[in-house]
Ligand binder design. Sequence first.
Ligand SMILES: [Zn+2]
Length: 119
Amino acid sequence: MYDIVNSWQNVHLFCCKNHKEPQEMELLNTPKAIFYACPKYFEKNREAGEPACINPVYLNDVEKAVKKINDMVGAAAMADNELNLENVKFTIDNVDYTVLKDDNGVLDIAVENRKVVRK
Ligand SMILES: [Zn+2]
């Protein structure tokens, strides 16, 4: 039985923008906003000459993505369908989401905020 993704613990966000390996996004709590940032945004995580990766994804964006996933899971459950979300892609408010892995409802999701990372 497929559990509804109702917990943040079941969602892991990654940045795949120009990285050899997906980078797990870090939750930042600043006075202005709470958002996820690529670890390569920080100089301490970069190699010499590696550019800063600017890919902030705000908590309310992620909430919309989680709601969409819950809707898909709910619809599949109603239809009695097995659901695996691996490779599912969708875009909400110019943020792209790609499910890299679906391990029984624990999701690795690549995120890219097109509002800011476009070159
Ligand atoms: Zn990145």
